[in-house]
Structure formats: C-alpha cells, structure tokens
Design a binder for this molecule. Sequence first.
Ligand code: 1HN
Length: 331
Amino acid sequence: MGREQLVPLWNFFSEWFTHEPRVAAQPYLWHYDGLRDLLLESADIISAKEAERRVLVLENPGLAGRHLVTDTLYAGLQVITPGEVAPAHRHTPVALRFVMEGTGGYTAVEGERTWMEPGDFIVTPSWAWHDHGHEGEGPFIWLDVLDVPTIRFLGANFTERYPQERFPQGPPVDDSLHRYGTNMRPVGYARESLASPVFSYPYSRTREALERLKQHSEWDPYHGLKMEYIDPTTGGPAIPTISTFIQLLPKGFATETYRSTDGGVFAVAEGTGTVTIGTGEAAKQFRFAKRDIFSVPCWAPYSIVADEESVIFSASDRSVQTKLGIWREQR
Ligand code: 1HN
C-alpha cells in the first residue's frame, strides 16, 4: 500500500472522527503589564520600518511554533513610536485592530486615515493597502487579529509591498465612517467587496451604546450584554471571515458556563474579574485586568465573573462556521 501511495482509512478513522472536536489550543491569558515592558524593549531593538510590523505574537502554549492564538486565528500586539511609519503593504488575510493605548496613532486603508483611540475596533479588509503611523507622544499599542490560518489552509495567501512608505493620501479622514456608518448609505450604493465599507468602529460610540443599553437590558445569562460589530450595508459580520463582539458585564455579574465551536481571542477593554476556561483537570482560572488578553479554545467551556463593571472585546471564526452551517453552541 505504501509503495502505491495508499493508506488504510481504518487505521486512523477513530483518530479523525471523534465524538467531539479535538483542539490543540489551550486556555491561556496574557497579562498586559508583563507584555508591555517587552514590547517597549522591542522598540529599542528594531524599528517599525526594519521589522515591517513590530509585533510580539501571542503564541498559544498548545500551538508552540505555529504562531497562533487559537487553532484558527493569529494575534499579536503591535507597537509604534512617535514619528514611525509601518510601511504600506497588502495581503489576502484580513486584519483587525483593537486599540490598547496611546493617542496620535493612525491607520490608513487605501490612503484614507482614521485616528485610533483606545477601544477602537478597526478593520483592514482583504487585499487593501494599509500603513500605520504615529504623530503623537509615547508608545502606541494595539492588538492585531488576522485570519491567516484560514487563508493559508485554503492556499490563497498573497502579500505585496507598496513601493513607497505610505500609500498616497486618499479620501479625507474618516470619510467612510461618515458615508456608511450613520445609518445611511450613498444613493445607488453598489457593494464592491465583501468587506464592510466602514473600517473604524470608534469606542466612543460603542461605549455610549453599551452605557444606554445597560440601563434596561435583559441580561443574557451566558454573555451579559453582548453586541456584534456588523457591516451596516448588509447586517452581516463586519469581516467575512472573523466575527467580532463587544460585551458588558455589570459589577458582580457571573456568567453561566458556555461553549461554542468558535472559541476565540478576548481583550479586556475595561474592568477586572476572573475567567475560567476548560473542563475538569484541564480547567484553568485566570484573573483579568484592563488590556489583558485571553484565548478560549474551540468548544472549551468558559465562564466570566466581573469584579468591576467590565467591557470585553472578542474575535472568532464564527462567521466562517455559520456560512458553512457547522457552528454549534452549548448553553
Ligand atoms: C500585518 O499586515 C499587520 O498591517 C500586522 O499591521 C500583523 C501579521 C501577519 C501578517 C501581516 C499590520 C500582521 C500583518
């Protein structure tokens, strides 16, 4: 059989077809405080230009050497210092940013800038030219999440560098937010790509919505008050391959244990508390504080207790799974 490039299925059938998903990722939490010092140290050692992207990658302990935060997502923390530019390039994987700290940083998508503020959620669509810069003071730091594993798995990973440092200036600052992000769209609007034409979801707006809604919301026992970022022109996910969420848990709220086939990466925008991830002996409990990041493996049960009112961003491959009709949850 070996000489004929054949393998008997019965030797590995039960390994592949398990009762429940077998997942390599492990529950893990990165404390921002420890990580921030290393990020700043990296800024002394290598420039943003030299590095192309100066990122410390969040590598899940169950995925050593694979550079991934969950089985299906890449995540890293990126820092730029005043005056630096992360040069323009484009790639088929989609990137999202969740801003951690700093003022005066911007990202430009096809030459359109948006100034980034802590808590902002920013989308860089597939194959869109993008560069980042920093015209303020102090370090500017954000979380990147990309769908690289999915795109590589599909054999469709392409990257191109722009010949200049910056892509030429495009529409005015936040043009797309005003054009598409206020419950209106241009008359005769025809969709050009699968990505949301809005690429900045400012925290000021998100936070105000949560603040209003918490006054009289029915709390989901598993999620508190959880909202999904959408493409306003379709009502679908803001990114075709990554679902993104923001949730508020009031002080003292303890979620019921929940699991779903998407797992994901979670970033704490505000608050402190405890998250428990996994079952039985493999269960791990982590204290979390503002800006900490944790990884929930697919199908791993988790629950969150908020000691203070907490706001948590999360990203997962749920939108891929729902398109394929395979997404499951267990409440
Ligand atoms: C990328 O383009 C960025 O644009 C960040 O900031 C991280 C990781 C892998 C591939 C491309 C960015 C990335 C990346």
